[in-house]
Design a protein around this ligand. Structure first.
Ligand SMILES: NC(=O)c1ccc[n+]([C@@H]2O[C@H](COP(=O)([O-])OP(=O)(O)OC[C@H]3O[C@@H](n4cnc5c(N)ncnc54)[C@H](OP(=O)(O)O)[C@@H]3O)[C@@H](O)[C@H]2O)c1
Length: 313
């Protein structure tokens, strides 16, 4: 088995790298290896690596604000990347492609907990509809390439991810890295930590290296319809902030909540029943995953994605 990991330099790609089973031959590619939106470049990357399996993670990913401002870019970039990767994989006789969707692409207002069978059963949330439709097409590509070319292709649907190598930019990053950055700054520089919303929404958070292990398992073992993966434990944003405060030695009573900022949907749990029956996963508890993420952030600061811009050279 030789595995190509697209998006191998991102949050999930680094987690897949840190959980790679011993002896597996894998190559991790980021944008520096080639822009996968370009079919010729994508074909060149896949032909050079000559994989038997692809873990396809490359995507244009962003926060609410970016999705609102660049809807067309999110649709075009993700659609191009996905179509190009599937076609290049087919031409290279790849045996299996494992791709990632996201629980945020489910229909807005779908019954809770979110079930895989409802993936296409309605419009996504208006804030990220373009990204969501592009990601949903990975399921269409997987089924179409299986039907026409006999290629095995499966999609996993993780919920909110966090971990080392996340994006800590306050505009484009997700909620956990943003809160770690703000509370770390409050603890070390005495600036106020102003968090968005009122802290009441409930979310499921999966530690990215756990998803790494799940992806390696899926490469070897999973064939079937899109599968919700990850923790099913819901926790409030406020509780996550308190855990981060505990770990950074900051008094949570001093946190300021800016309720004029959107809090988002109150809860959107996923149904992970099928996932839970497939293996004994032993997922990382939130407090432990946060500890490891914060330790990593503190040890790397300020040379962290989103904090210090990358060197253009
Ligand atoms: N983060 C989450 O909470 C979350 C939740 C559910 C699902 N997911 C899914 O997980 C996957 C990975 O996300 P992530 O959080 O790891 O994102 P990320 O940290 O932003 O990483 C994105 C990866 O894609 C690469 N990439 C982006 N545009 C590219 C292009 N045009 N050509 C080639 N490579 C390109 C990036 O390369 P560079 O590093 O070189 O820029 C990077 O390796 C995505 O499919 C996403 O939809 C993420």
């Amino acid at each position: 088995m030789r595995v190509l990991v697209t998006g191998g330099t991102g949050l999930v790609g680094r987690a897949v790298g840190s959980t790679k089973p011993p002896g597996v031959d894998a190559e991790f590619v980021g944008r520096a290896a080639g822009d996968l939106r370009d079919p010729a470049v994508c074909h060149r990357v896949v032909s050079r690596v000559r994989p038997t399996h692809v873990i396809h993670l490359a995507a244009r990913v962003g926060g609410v604000q970016e999705n609102l401002l660049h809807a067309a870019d999110f649709f075009r970039d993700n659609t191009l990347i996905n179509v190009n990767v599937f076609e290049a994989a087919r031409l290279a006789n790849v045996r299996k492609v494992v791709s990632l969707l996201s629980s945020c692409v489910y229909p807005d207002g779908a019954a809770l907990p979110l079930r895989e069978s409802d993936l296409h059963a309605g419009e996504p949330h208006a804030s990220n509809f373009a990204y969501a439709y592009a990601k949903r097409m990975l399921d269409v590509l997987s089924r179409a390439y299986a039907r026409q070319f006999g290629m095995t292709a499966v999609c996993l649907i993780p919920n909110n991810l966090y971990g080392p190598h996340d994006n800590f930019d306050l505009e484009s990053g997700h909620v956990i890295p943003a809160m770690i950055r703000k509370i770390h700054a409050a603890a070390t520089q005495g600036v106020p930590a102003i968090l968005w919303g009122d802290g009441s929404p409930l979310r499921e958070f999966t530690y990215a290296p756990d998803l790494g292990r799940v992806l390696w398992w899926a490469v070897e073992n999973y064939v079937g319809l899109p599968l919700n993966v990850g923790t099913h434990e819901e926790v409030s944003i406020r509780r996550v902030a308190e855990l981060i405060c505990e770990q950074l030695g900051y008094d949570a009573a001093k946190l300021e909540w800016d309720a004029s900022r959107p809090s988002g949907q109150h809860r959107k749990p996923t149904d992970t029943t099928r996932f839970a029956t497939l293996n004994a996963w032993n997922l990382t508890p939130l407090a432990t995953g946060l500890r490891q993420t914060i330790d990593w952030y503190v040890s790397q600061y300020p040379n962290v994605r989103g904090v210090t811009p990358p060197n253009p050279s």
